[in-house]
Design a binder for this molecule. Sequence first.
Ligand code: AMP
Length: 504
Amino acid sequence: MANHLFDTIRSKMTDPNRLFMETPDGARMTYAELVAETGRYANALTALSIKPGDRVAVQLEKSPAVIFIYLACVRIGAVFLPLNTGYTLNELDYFISDSGASLVVCDPQAEAGLSEIAKRHHAQLETHGRNASGSLYEKAAKAPADFTDVARGPDDLAAILYTSGTTGRSKGAMLSHDNLASNAIALVETWRFTPNDILIHALPVFHTHGLFVATNVTLIAGSCLIFLPKFDAKLVLSYMDRASVLMGVPTFYTRLLDEAGLNKEATAKMRLFISGSAPLLAETHREWMKRTGHAILERYGMTETNMNTSNPYDGDRIPGTVGMPLPGVEARIVDPETGVSLARGEIGMIEVKGPNVFKGYWNMPEKTKAEFRQDGFFITGDLGQFDERGYLSIVGRGKDLIISGGLNIYPKEVEEEIDALSGVVESAVIGLPHPDFGEGVVAVIVREKNATLDEKAVMAGLDGRLARFKLPKRIFFVDELPRNTMGKVQKNLLRDSYKDLRFN
Ligand code: AMP
């Protein structure tokens, strides 16, 4: 048996002398060098007695080493477990214990805080600095480059990614070699990646977007990464005269739109702008089109499923939609209560099935069972609808649905009406406990600078645009909406902030 994921990557590596990565400090690495480097890390991990199936937990600032360790884990058959750099020691304690990690790799400065936790959970602890430093770096630097990949089949685990867990404990999504390989192949085809592409990589690498979508697509296409330590609008813009693709979360695009230098000329060499991980405002899409002449391509995915749908490369990229299912992926809309398929145009739960869908939640067989239908479809928790042309739109997370007076209100339809009012930058609509209605609609709005819009003006603007039961019962103005690192509005935090609200 071969190593399913790494063999897939190797099989696409037609020219080992092509460039795989460059960094802002001018360092460049070819595919041949990548194989050698990951071989060194594979040997170093093997010397630490990491065996196939063992979990390797990694909390490191973004650097090429994270990619080397990820691929080394794939090559030795271990399970790569990236952790958000924002996690506290308390959270890390949970992840290390829950995953039963054999090895934890952290930044040298985090070693003191983590050593007791690692010891208590019988995990080894190694360090790796952003630059050539740390105990694992030293071991890999001395190790030989030659490594014979460990045999792994399509269903063997390649990674566990903990979901952001906005309610309850975060869950470890188990992703197999084929979950990752099949999705990368589907995306390369859908987005027409070739070895000539140069992707600006400014995403974090502890999340599915930066780690798998951006990196695996590059590897499978034999393209090149411009690997930036973090998103910086000016820096990203400065690379657009040499790159061809940008993958980003919606905030990348809104921040880039604030740059005076963003125009048709600056983006003339780029062939594709992709957005995902959070909803892209239709307004951002239109503004981007006006300024650059490019239609942003929006896609939809999640940690558990990799990517599910994408707007077309050649056909219309419709703002506010996430396009059609990727090749090999099935998506349907069902009644959340009964599981019965709904007709086109109706809103319901989005369910997906295909080689992209994960193997279940680590150590949580009951939770896994509850989130799959008997026919193998995964219940995403997102609500959406297909239009007559087969484009999917997401109306929000199921748990964000507001039920007021027994009637369903999808926050997005209210947000869209509010966002269309002059003077509004964006809004978030939430439901809060209401003594008569069960839940009452509350809107939290960010105004444009100098806008004088007040509660009365918003209500006047919405009059006649929405059924009365959908109208906000209270409106708050804030400077900005709370977002996580992937740009998602954290409605749970908003609900928390206003939990003592009394409707009158
Ligand atoms: P994560 O597991 O962190 O990638 O989060 C996945 C969730 O992000 C999905 O279940 C959706 O709720 C949301 N999401 C991802 N892409 C989009 C998109 N293009 N539009 C709206 N929501 C999205």
